[in-house]
Design a protein around this ligand. Structure first.
Ligand code: PBG
Length: 335
Protein backbone atom coordinates (compact mmCIF):
# COMPACT_ATOMS: atom_id res chain seq x y z
CA UNK A 1 0.00 0.00 0.00
CA UNK A 2 1.32 3.38 -0.94
CA UNK A 3 1.09 6.17 1.59
CA UNK A 4 0.29 8.55 -1.26
CA UNK A 5 -2.92 7.45 -3.00
CA UNK A 6 -2.13 9.34 -6.19
CA UNK A 7 0.11 7.73 -8.79
CA UNK A 8 2.77 9.56 -10.78
CA UNK A 9 2.63 12.35 -11.85
CA UNK A 10 0.31 13.40 -9.01
CA UNK A 11 2.95 12.00 -6.74
CA UNK A 12 6.58 12.81 -7.42
CA UNK A 13 8.82 11.71 -4.56
CA UNK A 14 11.61 13.96 -5.80
CA UNK A 15 9.73 17.19 -4.98
CA UNK A 16 11.01 17.11 -1.42
CA UNK A 17 14.54 16.28 -2.55
CA UNK A 18 15.11 19.35 -4.71
CA UNK A 19 16.54 21.77 -2.15
CA UNK A 20 18.42 21.55 1.09
CA UNK A 21 15.64 23.32 3.05
CA UNK A 22 13.06 20.86 1.72
CA UNK A 23 15.22 17.87 2.61
CA UNK A 24 15.57 19.30 6.10
CA UNK A 25 11.80 19.65 6.44
CA UNK A 26 11.33 16.09 5.23
CA UNK A 27 14.03 14.54 7.46
CA UNK A 28 12.62 11.82 9.71
CA UNK A 29 15.74 11.24 11.78
CA UNK A 30 18.22 13.75 13.13
CA UNK A 31 21.45 13.34 14.97
CA UNK A 32 22.07 15.71 17.86
CA UNK A 33 25.01 15.85 20.30
CA UNK A 34 22.49 15.00 23.07
CA UNK A 35 22.05 11.59 21.44
CA UNK A 36 25.69 10.70 21.95
CA UNK A 37 27.63 9.32 24.89
CA UNK A 38 31.42 9.45 24.85
CA UNK A 39 33.34 6.43 26.20
CA UNK A 40 36.68 7.39 27.80
CA UNK A 41 39.65 5.30 28.89
CA UNK A 42 41.43 6.33 32.06
CA UNK A 43 44.90 5.22 33.12
CA UNK A 44 47.13 6.00 36.09
CA UNK A 45 50.72 7.17 35.74
CA UNK A 46 50.69 8.75 32.30
CA UNK A 47 51.68 12.33 31.53
CA UNK A 48 50.28 12.66 28.04
CA UNK A 49 47.39 10.89 26.32
CA UNK A 50 48.46 7.48 25.05
CA UNK A 51 47.24 6.57 21.55
CA UNK A 52 45.46 3.23 21.18
CA UNK A 53 46.79 1.66 18.01
CA UNK A 54 43.68 -0.32 17.16
CA UNK A 55 41.32 2.57 17.99
CA UNK A 56 42.47 5.44 15.75
CA UNK A 57 42.03 8.89 17.28
CA UNK A 58 41.17 7.51 20.74
CA UNK A 59 43.58 7.72 23.68
CA UNK A 60 44.07 6.46 27.20
CA UNK A 61 44.09 9.50 29.47
CA UNK A 62 45.02 10.47 33.01
CA UNK A 63 42.22 11.50 35.36
CA UNK A 64 42.98 15.20 34.74
CA UNK A 65 42.87 14.69 30.99
CA UNK A 66 39.58 12.80 31.24
CA UNK A 67 38.14 15.74 33.17
CA UNK A 68 39.25 18.10 30.38
CA UNK A 69 37.79 15.79 27.74
CA UNK A 70 34.50 15.65 29.62
CA UNK A 71 34.47 19.44 29.84
CA UNK A 72 35.01 19.69 26.09
CA UNK A 73 32.31 17.07 25.47
CA UNK A 74 29.84 18.94 27.63
CA UNK A 75 30.66 22.17 25.83
CA UNK A 76 29.71 20.45 22.59
CA UNK A 77 26.36 19.32 23.97
CA UNK A 78 27.25 15.74 24.93
CA UNK A 79 25.38 14.85 28.12
CA UNK A 80 27.27 11.83 29.48
CA UNK A 81 30.58 9.98 29.46
CA UNK A 82 31.14 6.27 30.06
CA UNK A 83 34.33 5.68 32.04
CA UNK A 84 36.48 2.59 31.44
CA UNK A 85 39.55 2.00 33.61
CA UNK A 86 42.82 0.62 32.27
CA UNK A 87 43.85 -1.29 35.36
CA UNK A 88 47.51 -1.83 36.23
CA UNK A 89 48.13 -5.55 35.57
CA UNK A 90 49.69 -5.78 39.05
CA UNK A 91 46.27 -5.00 40.55
CA UNK A 92 44.46 -7.71 38.60
CA UNK A 93 43.62 -10.92 40.43
CA UNK A 94 41.64 -14.12 39.84
CA UNK A 95 38.69 -12.69 41.75
CA UNK A 96 38.98 -9.05 40.64
CA UNK A 97 38.60 -7.62 44.12
CA UNK A 98 40.14 -4.32 43.02
CA UNK A 99 36.65 -3.61 41.63
CA UNK A 100 35.36 -3.16 45.18
CA UNK A 101 37.97 -0.66 46.40
CA UNK A 102 36.43 2.77 46.92
CA UNK A 103 39.71 4.44 45.88
CA UNK A 104 40.31 2.45 42.71
CA UNK A 105 41.00 4.21 39.44
CA UNK A 106 37.43 4.37 38.19
CA UNK A 107 36.17 5.66 41.55
CA UNK A 108 38.81 8.39 41.66
CA UNK A 109 37.85 9.36 38.11
CA UNK A 110 34.16 9.51 38.94
CA UNK A 111 34.90 11.73 41.94
CA UNK A 112 37.03 14.07 39.84
CA UNK A 113 34.37 14.27 37.15
CA UNK A 114 31.55 14.89 39.59
CA UNK A 115 33.43 17.63 41.41
CA UNK A 116 34.86 19.36 38.32
CA UNK A 117 32.25 18.84 35.59
CA UNK A 118 29.13 18.36 37.72
CA UNK A 119 26.66 18.78 34.88
CA UNK A 120 27.79 15.84 32.81
CA UNK A 121 26.31 12.41 33.55
CA UNK A 122 28.75 9.67 34.50
CA UNK A 123 28.15 6.09 33.41
CA UNK A 124 30.19 3.29 34.97
CA UNK A 125 30.30 -0.31 33.77
CA UNK A 126 29.47 -3.00 36.28
CA UNK A 127 31.57 -6.05 35.39
CA UNK A 128 34.80 -7.55 36.61
CA UNK A 129 36.78 -7.79 33.36
CA UNK A 130 38.97 -4.70 33.99
CA UNK A 131 40.07 -6.32 37.26
CA UNK A 132 40.38 -10.05 36.64
CA UNK A 133 43.70 -11.61 35.62
CA UNK A 134 41.82 -13.88 33.18
CA UNK A 135 39.82 -11.04 31.57
CA UNK A 136 36.39 -12.55 32.17
CA UNK A 137 33.50 -10.51 33.51
CA UNK A 138 32.97 -12.69 36.57
CA UNK A 139 34.43 -15.19 39.01
CA UNK A 140 35.70 -18.46 37.56
CA UNK A 141 34.66 -21.68 39.26
CA UNK A 142 35.18 -25.09 37.66
CA UNK A 143 36.33 -23.53 34.40
CA UNK A 144 33.35 -21.23 33.82
CA UNK A 145 32.04 -17.94 35.14
CA UNK A 146 29.94 -18.72 38.21
CA UNK A 147 26.69 -16.81 37.95
CA UNK A 148 25.36 -16.38 41.48
CA UNK A 149 28.65 -15.66 43.20
CA UNK A 150 29.48 -13.14 40.48
CA UNK A 151 26.11 -11.44 40.93
CA UNK A 152 26.84 -10.85 44.63
CA UNK A 153 30.14 -9.19 43.77
CA UNK A 154 28.56 -7.11 41.01
CA UNK A 155 25.91 -5.80 43.42
CA UNK A 156 28.71 -4.72 45.76
CA UNK A 157 30.60 -3.14 42.86
CA UNK A 158 27.49 -1.18 41.83
CA UNK A 159 27.12 0.19 45.37
CA UNK A 160 30.79 1.22 45.45
CA UNK A 161 30.30 3.05 42.13
CA UNK A 162 27.10 4.75 43.31
CA UNK A 163 28.76 5.74 46.60
CA UNK A 164 31.48 7.56 44.66
CA UNK A 165 28.95 9.41 42.55
CA UNK A 166 28.25 7.36 39.43
CA UNK A 167 24.90 8.54 38.06
CA UNK A 168 24.29 5.50 35.90
CA UNK A 169 25.55 2.00 36.58
CA UNK A 170 25.67 -0.19 33.53
CA UNK A 171 25.95 -3.92 34.14
CA UNK A 172 27.76 -5.26 31.07
CA UNK A 173 28.45 -8.74 32.40
CA UNK A 174 25.34 -10.65 31.22
CA UNK A 175 24.91 -12.68 34.42
CA UNK A 176 21.36 -13.83 35.15
CA UNK A 177 19.64 -11.91 37.93
CA UNK A 178 22.21 -9.18 38.27
CA UNK A 179 19.87 -6.27 37.64
CA UNK A 180 17.55 -7.33 40.47
CA UNK A 181 20.47 -7.84 42.85
CA UNK A 182 21.95 -4.47 41.91
CA UNK A 183 18.59 -2.71 42.30
CA UNK A 184 18.05 -4.18 45.82
CA UNK A 185 21.60 -3.38 46.85
CA UNK A 186 21.27 0.23 45.63
CA UNK A 187 17.98 0.66 47.51
CA UNK A 188 19.50 -0.79 50.67
CA UNK A 189 22.53 1.47 50.37
CA UNK A 190 20.44 4.63 50.04
CA UNK A 191 20.75 5.13 46.29
CA UNK A 192 17.16 4.98 45.10
CA UNK A 193 17.81 7.35 42.19
CA UNK A 194 20.79 5.65 40.59
CA UNK A 195 19.88 4.75 37.03
CA UNK A 196 20.50 1.18 35.90
CA UNK A 197 21.34 0.99 32.21
CA UNK A 198 21.39 -2.69 31.54
CA UNK A 199 23.46 -4.13 28.72
CA UNK A 200 20.46 -6.38 28.19
CA UNK A 201 21.32 -7.61 24.72
CA UNK A 202 25.06 -7.89 24.66
CA UNK A 203 26.25 -10.29 22.02
CA UNK A 204 29.34 -12.50 22.02
CA UNK A 205 30.76 -10.43 19.19
CA UNK A 206 34.04 -10.41 17.29
CA UNK A 207 33.86 -6.60 17.29
CA UNK A 208 35.23 -5.96 20.80
CA UNK A 209 38.91 -6.51 19.93
CA UNK A 210 40.13 -2.90 19.97
CA UNK A 211 38.35 -2.25 23.29
CA UNK A 212 40.09 -5.22 24.85
CA UNK A 213 43.41 -3.82 23.55
CA UNK A 214 42.54 -0.44 25.00
CA UNK A 215 41.88 -1.74 28.51
CA UNK A 216 44.39 -4.59 28.34
CA UNK A 217 41.92 -7.42 28.87
CA UNK A 218 42.61 -9.24 25.59
CA UNK A 219 46.02 -10.61 26.49
CA UNK A 220 44.44 -11.85 29.68
CA UNK A 221 41.60 -13.51 27.82
CA UNK A 222 43.71 -16.50 26.73
CA UNK A 223 41.62 -17.40 23.71
CA UNK A 224 38.58 -18.25 25.77
CA UNK A 225 35.42 -16.66 24.47
CA UNK A 226 32.56 -15.16 26.46
CA UNK A 227 29.91 -17.31 24.82
CA UNK A 228 28.78 -18.91 28.05
CA UNK A 229 27.36 -15.56 29.16
CA UNK A 230 27.13 -13.16 26.22
CA UNK A 231 24.35 -13.70 23.69
CA UNK A 232 24.47 -15.81 20.55
CA UNK A 233 24.48 -13.53 17.47
CA UNK A 234 21.91 -15.82 15.85
CA UNK A 235 19.16 -14.83 18.29
CA UNK A 236 16.62 -12.04 18.48
CA UNK A 237 13.76 -13.51 20.58
CA UNK A 238 16.31 -14.21 23.27
CA UNK A 239 17.20 -10.49 23.32
CA UNK A 240 13.55 -9.61 23.90
CA UNK A 241 13.45 -12.06 26.81
CA UNK A 242 16.61 -10.49 28.27
CA UNK A 243 15.09 -7.01 27.98
CA UNK A 244 11.82 -8.07 29.56
CA UNK A 245 13.60 -9.76 32.48
CA UNK A 246 15.92 -6.81 33.08
CA UNK A 247 13.04 -4.33 33.05
CA UNK A 248 11.16 -6.54 35.49
CA UNK A 249 14.19 -6.56 37.78
CA UNK A 250 14.45 -2.78 37.83
CA UNK A 251 16.44 -1.60 34.82
CA UNK A 252 15.59 1.95 33.70
CA UNK A 253 17.05 1.66 30.23
CA UNK A 254 18.45 -1.12 28.09
CA UNK A 255 21.39 -1.36 25.74
CA UNK A 256 22.00 -3.29 22.56
CA UNK A 257 25.61 -4.02 21.75
CA UNK A 258 27.10 -4.03 19.14
CA UNK A 259 24.84 -1.70 17.18
CA UNK A 260 25.05 -1.82 13.38
CA UNK A 261 24.88 -5.59 13.00
CA UNK A 262 21.91 -5.70 15.41
CA UNK A 263 19.56 -3.03 14.02
CA UNK A 264 16.73 -5.58 13.86
CA UNK A 265 17.16 -6.20 17.59
CA UNK A 266 17.08 -2.47 18.33
CA UNK A 267 13.93 -2.08 16.23
CA UNK A 268 12.20 -5.08 17.83
CA UNK A 269 12.94 -3.82 21.35
CA UNK A 270 11.79 -0.33 20.47
CA UNK A 271 8.55 -1.62 19.05
CA UNK A 272 7.65 -3.79 22.06
CA UNK A 273 9.02 -1.96 25.08
CA UNK A 274 8.47 1.73 25.48
CA UNK A 275 11.61 2.42 27.44
CA UNK A 276 14.87 4.19 26.58
CA UNK A 277 16.98 2.09 24.23
CA UNK A 278 20.70 2.74 24.06
CA UNK A 279 23.02 1.24 21.47
CA UNK A 280 26.78 0.85 21.65
CA UNK A 281 28.69 1.42 18.43
CA UNK A 282 31.54 -0.75 19.65
CA UNK A 283 35.24 -0.48 19.08
CA UNK A 284 35.40 -2.84 16.10
CA UNK A 285 32.58 -1.01 14.32
CA UNK A 286 34.32 2.32 14.83
CA UNK A 287 37.71 1.04 13.73
CA UNK A 288 36.37 -0.65 10.59
CA UNK A 289 35.02 2.69 9.41
CA UNK A 290 38.26 4.49 10.28
CA UNK A 291 40.35 1.81 8.58
CA UNK A 292 38.28 1.96 5.41
CA UNK A 293 38.71 5.74 5.46
CA UNK A 294 42.47 5.45 5.93
CA UNK A 295 42.62 2.98 3.03
CA UNK A 296 40.96 5.59 0.82
CA UNK A 297 37.94 3.38 0.26
CA UNK A 298 35.29 5.66 1.77
CA UNK A 299 34.98 9.00 3.55
CA UNK A 300 35.13 7.83 7.16
CA UNK A 301 33.35 10.88 8.60
CA UNK A 302 30.41 10.52 6.23
CA UNK A 303 30.13 6.78 6.79
CA UNK A 304 30.30 7.24 10.57
CA UNK A 305 27.36 9.65 10.49
CA UNK A 306 25.46 7.34 8.13
CA UNK A 307 25.94 4.45 10.57
CA UNK A 308 24.90 6.54 13.57
CA UNK A 309 21.80 7.70 11.71
CA UNK A 310 20.94 4.10 10.87
CA UNK A 311 21.27 3.15 14.54
CA UNK A 312 18.98 6.01 15.49
CA UNK A 313 16.50 5.30 12.71
CA UNK A 314 16.27 1.70 13.91
CA UNK A 315 15.06 3.02 17.26
CA UNK A 316 17.99 3.78 19.55
CA UNK A 317 17.54 7.05 21.41
CA UNK A 318 21.12 7.24 22.63
CA UNK A 319 24.34 5.96 21.11
CA UNK A 320 27.67 5.31 22.79
CA UNK A 321 30.33 6.04 20.21
CA UNK A 322 34.06 6.75 20.15
CA UNK A 323 33.23 9.28 17.41
CA UNK A 324 31.06 11.37 19.76
CA UNK A 325 33.44 14.34 19.98
CA UNK A 326 34.14 14.46 16.23
CA UNK A 327 30.49 14.10 15.32
CA UNK A 328 29.38 16.69 17.89
CA UNK A 329 31.97 19.12 16.48
CA UNK A 330 30.78 18.50 12.94
CA UNK A 331 27.15 18.97 13.97
CA UNK A 332 28.02 22.23 15.66
CA UNK A 333 29.86 23.42 12.57
CA UNK A 334 26.94 22.59 10.31
CA UNK A 335 24.20 24.26 12.34
C1 PBG B 1 33.28 -5.43 29.29
C2 PBG B 1 32.98 -4.55 28.16
C3 PBG B 1 33.36 -4.79 26.83
C4 PBG B 1 32.96 -3.68 26.10
C5 PBG B 1 32.33 -2.79 26.98
N1 PBG B 1 32.34 -3.34 28.27
C6 PBG B 1 34.13 -5.88 26.20
C7 PBG B 1 33.82 -7.28 26.43
O1 PBG B 1 32.70 -7.66 26.76
O2 PBG B 1 34.76 -8.07 26.28
C8 PBG B 1 33.22 -3.54 24.63
C9 PBG B 1 33.09 -2.20 24.05
C10 PBG B 1 33.71 -2.03 22.74
O3 PBG B 1 34.16 -2.97 22.05
O4 PBG B 1 33.79 -0.86 22.32
N2 PBG B 1 32.31 -5.83 30.15
Amino acid sequence: MSVYPGAYPATRMRRFRQRSWARELRAETRLHPCDLVLPVFVKDGIETPEPIETLPGVTRQSIDQVVETAREAHGLGIQAVAVFPVTDPKLKTEDGQEALKPDNLVCRTIQALKSQVPDIGVIADVALDPYTSHGHDGLIRDGDVANDETVETLAEQAVVLANTGADIVAPSDMMDGRVGAIRSALEAAGHPDTIILSYAAKYASALYGPFRDAVGSSTALSGASKRSYQMDPRNRDEALAEVSLDLGEGADAVMVKPALAYLDVIAAIRERFHVPVFAYQVSGEYTMVKAAGAAGVVDADDVMVEHLLAIKRAGAGTILTYAALDVAKALKGSS
